[in-house]
Design a protein around this ligand. Structure first.
Ligand code: NAD
Length: 291
């Protein structure tokens, strides 16, 4: 079993670090929050009082941080300063493709191997160890990261070179944001045309309008499997995080010169929804504003 530094023990990282400890690894955990550190300790990790100290003698470094700026800072101040050059560096945060590539290049310049490995699946999947990881990096780096990722997820897929994991993540979530809005619109129009939500679901879920947003994550309460819609849009995937991913997708589209008009519109609609100042809700709650 390996010694691992785990930096960022929030909603997602807390459960992920716990699963590495459960798999028998020696997890050296650090977060700026004392509460997060205490929870990691209770879950079998060893709390450490600085990111630099957590790097001592590790085989792997896992980061699960809010955004690219946090990742760059932790890499510059702690990982590159104190991790052994042989450690495999695994960033699971959702960040922009450009930063992911920059961090990997900096690692390479120091003779270190790095992968970007963002996740699909929310807090419950992080806790249950059923995340999907999409991994960007060399074949060799992927092979080294894979056993650690497998202890935290049920699918680990090599997407390509550095940045490819983040590219897959934001393309997937751009598609999800746009299909969720389209699904909400279809239900609202169906209602206004006199169709019962259940009837429309029964038809569309076996017709060409079918999507994950409809059959696995239906935005209408009481229809389809249990979803955040059945709990007043609490839990699930926060609309603010969907907006974060859509903004990353729009930045990437601009940088790559790709036309993404539906993604742009989805970003506008989620910007308006999140900006309404209501308490945090699941991203399927956008149906409320369409109504
Ligand atoms: P979070 O805000 O709950 O956790 C982030 C943690 O990082 C916090 O505990 C914070 O204290 C810590 N942190 C910030 N800067 C730090 C530093 N310099 N050193 C040490 N710790 C630091 O966020 P989260 O929901 O766990 O999300 C983490 C990442 O996962 C984000 O990039 C997010 O987009 C992505 N993600 C989240 C979900 C979800 O459902 N929450 C799903 C998929 C992907």
């Amino acid at each position: 079993m390996a010694r691992i530094a785990f930096i960022g023990l929030g909603n997602m990282g807390g459960g992920m670090a716990a699963n590495l400890a459960k798999a028998g690894h020696d997890v050296r955990a650090f977060d700026l929050s004392a509460d997060a550190l205490a929870a990691a300790k209770a879950a079998g990790c060893l709390p450490i009082d600085s990111a630099v100290a957590a790097m001592d003698g590790v085989e792997a470094v896992v980061t699960m941080l809010p955004a690219g700026t946090h990742v760059e800072r932790v890499y510059a101040d702690a990982v590159f300063a104190a991790a052994p050059p042989s450690a495999i560096l695994i960033d699971c945060s959702t960040i922009d493709v450009a930063t992911a590539r920059r961090v990997a290049e900096a690692a390479q310049a120091k003779g270190m191997m790095a992968v970007d490995a963002p996740v699909s699946g929310g807090i419950a999947a992080a806790k249950a160890g059923t995340l999907t990881f999409m991994v960007g990096g060399s074949e060799q780096a992927f092979r080294r990261a894979e056993p650690f990722l497998s202890a935290m997820g049920q699918a680990v897929i090599h997407a390509g070179g550095n940045g490819a994991g983040q590219a897959a993540k934001i393309c997937n979530n751009m598609l999800l944001g746009a299909t969720m809005i389209a699904t909400c619109e279809a239900f609202v129009l169906a209602e206004k045309l006199g169709l019962k939500a259940q009837t429309f679901y029964d038809i569309a879920s076996v017709s060409s309008g079918q999507s994950w947003s409809m059959t696995k994550y239906c935005p209408v309460p009481g229809v389809g499997p249990e979803t955040p819609a059945d709990h007043d849009y609490q839990g699930g995937f926060a609309a603010a995080l969907m907006l974060k991913d859509l903004k990353l997708a729009m930045q990437a589209a601009q940088d790559a010169g790709a036309a993404t008009p539906m993604g742009e519109r989805a970003a506008e609609l989620y910007t308006a929804f999140v900006g309404e100042g209501q308490p945090p809700v699941d991203f399927s709650g956008i149906i409320r504003t369409l109504r």
